[in-house]
Structures are given as C-alpha cells and as structure tokens.
Design a protein around this ligand. Structure first.
Ligand code: URA
Length: 214
C-alpha cells in the first residue's frame, strides 16, 4: 500500500475505480476518507492542475456531517494552507455556517477540484471530470443529509448538466445519488455582490428546515 507522500495509485480509470471502491467500503467514515486521501488521491498528477498547485486540498470537516458544502476549487490561500475555504470567501462561509447555528468542524467542506486552477480561473470541464470521482467518493463515504452547492461550477458538476443561471438554479432542489442538493451563490460572489446575501440566507433557511425533518 502506498503511504503518505508517495505517488498515488494510478492511472487507469479501472485502477482508480477499484481503489475508490475499496476506500468507500471502509466501514469507519474517518478511516475511509483517510484511505481515499492517502491511497487514491495522494499527490495526484492526473490532470494539468498538478503543475502549478502547491498542495492537494482534499476537504475538511466531520466525516459524519449531516451538511456538506461543495465549492469550486482552491484559491491561493487554500493552496498554501491545504484546507478549503480559508481565505476571504471562506471567512464569509464560516459566518454563514455560524448563522445556521453550526460550526465549521460540524459540517464537511469540499470542492469540485482539489488543486488550485492557475490565476483563479474556473476549472476546465476535463479537470472537473477528472476530479469528480473523488468528490463522489467523499459524498458516498459521508452520506450527508443535504449538500449545498456553492456556485455554478459546483452545481453543474454535481448535477452533470448545465444550468441557465444561479438565480434560476437556486429556486429548486436537485439530487445527487439520493442526497438533496441546494444550489446557492458562491461566497466569492457575495463578496462582490452583498445584495445576494439575503437570497443566500433564504436558501440556508430552506436547508435548515430540511435538516430539521426526520
Ligand atoms: N473558493 C472555492 O470554491 N473553494 C475554496 O476552497 C476556496 C474558495
């Protein structure tokens, strides 16, 4: 078995698929995520994003979280620290989480791509497609009750389809493998458009109501 710091297993889609299956099958979610991060994602070199990144940003939070947030991909701060949403957008996400009566360690936070796209560009479709099996595996391990998709890249990657606009996408719920997905605006968009904070809060109230259902 490779250990931390070695090259990931890799390469073929078939090898990846069976390594992912093995990680997802680990009964304890914490160990399953560790196995996925260490033995499957590793120091990934499956797409061009590996060339400029400093660190793979796997994801953070409670392996048994009921609520999961999915963003687009690491920025400069995340690339430096190896943790998602730690820059200005992350501070705003922390406030949103706190307003929901939760703390960052109680939720799980991940991204569509685990390596920083250069110059903070959006991930290209082939980069998102290459990384998606790892996000899908994180979701399969955690099995959150609700996923909040932050911004268009996350929504489109999770639903596997294009959306007309975020303002229309956020009007409805989608589904990922039986898990309800709520689209909302990305925190970086809120930093540029503070007026969108109100609709995001409306979306989070829908999420809280959903989480309160039993
Ligand atoms: N934006 C994202 O989409 N993800 C991060 O981790 C940070 C900023």
């Amino acid at each position: 078995m490779p250990t931390s710091g070695q090259q990931p297993l890799l390469g073929s889609a078939a090898e990846d698929a069976s390594a992912i299956q093995a990680a997802v099958a680990v009964a304890d979610p914490e160990q399953a995520l560790e196995t996925l991060a260490r033995d499957v994602v590793g120091e990934c070199r499956r797409c061009r994003l590996c060339q400029a990144r400093s660190r793979v940003v796997f994801g953070v939070g409670d392996p048994r979280a009921e609520l999961m947030f999915v963003g687009e991909g690491p920025g400069a701060d995340e690339d430096r620290q190896g943790e998602p949403f730690v820059g200005r957008a992350g501070q705003l996400l922390d406030k949103i989480i706190a307003a929901m009566g939760l703390t960052r360690p109680e939720v799980y936070i991940g991204n569509v791509v685990k390596c920083r796209p250069p110059e903070n560009r959006a991930p290209m479709p082939d980069e998102a497609a290459t990384c998606m099996p790892f996000l899908a595996a994180q979701i399969a391990i955690i099995r959150p009750r609700v996923i909040v998709a932050l911004g268009r890249v996350a929504v489109e990657a999770l639903i596997g389809d294009a959306v007309r606009s975020m303002s229309s996408a956020r009007q409805r719920w989608f589904d990922f493998d039986g898990i309800p997905i709520k689209p909302t605006y990305h925190p970086a968009y809120l930093l540029r458009n503070p007026a969108a904070k109100r609709p995001v809060w409306d979306d989070m109230q829908e999420v809280m109501s959903r989480l309160a259902e039993r």
